[in-house]
Design a protein around this ligand. Structure first.
Ligand SMILES: [Zn+2]
Length: 251
């Protein structure tokens, strides 16, 4: 059942993001142990595909984005929540994690080295990735603000990716699939969904990677900016980096 569901998610990602194929989805239960980040339901990283190359074997079709979804952690999460219909909730958690990683893949710029098929050149980066996964407590990533890697573009793409994922797999996500409050934003995700309005349906045929080139609805960007300002105003003595982060956020 697990491998079939992994395949369903991977095929849905291909359908949603055909411009970034091949895209690899690997479940934690089948991944090399030294590549599992125990504290995360899912993660993606540059060069993760190269780190997984030996494991992928016949599935390998060249360089492409990869994500590991921690199916065991999702199972324990659902079990601890004692929710009814655990299989459905387990699937939802994994789909939610896949949508999150998909939004990261789309919203981060593709670097030339990411297409380089030369294993020795990627080895140093793979070593860092393994070292990071081996830590029980991941290193605190120094970011000037809590939403640094989960910007307005990320939230918007995740909303589009979530809508597309639901129609690709014919399966519902939880009502909210990006917890915006986790990133220090005052507004809950439903407010961002309301501000986007019917944009996910309206732009359903636009490639996911091109959405960012289309201006978002004014109310969406105003909501984002007001959350950025509220975060900044909550700081007692903002640093220069935090001021710069606010300027980036208000752009
Ligand atoms: Zn993230």
């Amino acid at each position: 059942m697990r491998s079939r569901f992994r395949q369903i998610i991977e095929e849905a990602c291909w359908e949603i993001l055909p411009e970034r194929q091949p895209l690899y989805v690997v479940f934690g239960s089948e991944a090399p142990r030294d590549l599992i980040c125990s504290d995360a339901l899912g993660y993606c990283a540059r060069h993760l595909d190269m780190a997984l190359r030996g494991h992928l074997e016949k599935r390998w079709a060249g360089r492409g984005p990869a994500m590991i979804l921690n199916d065991r952690a999702a199972f324990h999460f659902v079990k601890a929540a004692r929710s009814g219909r655990p299989v459905i909730h387990w699937r939802r958690e994994l789909l939610r994690a896949a949508v999150h990683e998909l939004a990261h893949i789309v919203s981060r710029p593709l670097l030339p080295g990411e297409l380089d098929d030369n294993l020795p050149r990627a080895e140093e980066k793979i070593k860092c990735l393994r070292a990071c996964c081996s830590l029980t407590t991941p290193p605190a990533i120094e970011t000037p603000c809590p939403w640094e890697n989960h910007s307005a573009d990320f939230i918007r793409i995740a909303q589009h990716a979530g809508h597309r994922m639901q129609s690709a797999v014919g399966f519902f996500l939880p009502r909210e699939w990006v917890n915006t409050r986790d990133y220090g934003l005052d507004s809950g995700e439903w407010k961002y969904q309301t501000a986007l309005g019917n944009e996910p349906e309206r732009l359903a045929v636009v490639p996911l990677s091109e959405i960012v080139h289309i201006p978002p609805p004014v109310q969406f960007i105003e909501l984002w900016r007001s959350d950025c300002r509220a975060w900044f105003q909550s700081l007692h003595s903002p640093t220069a980096e935090q001021s710069a982060a606010l300027v980036r956020g208000l752009k």
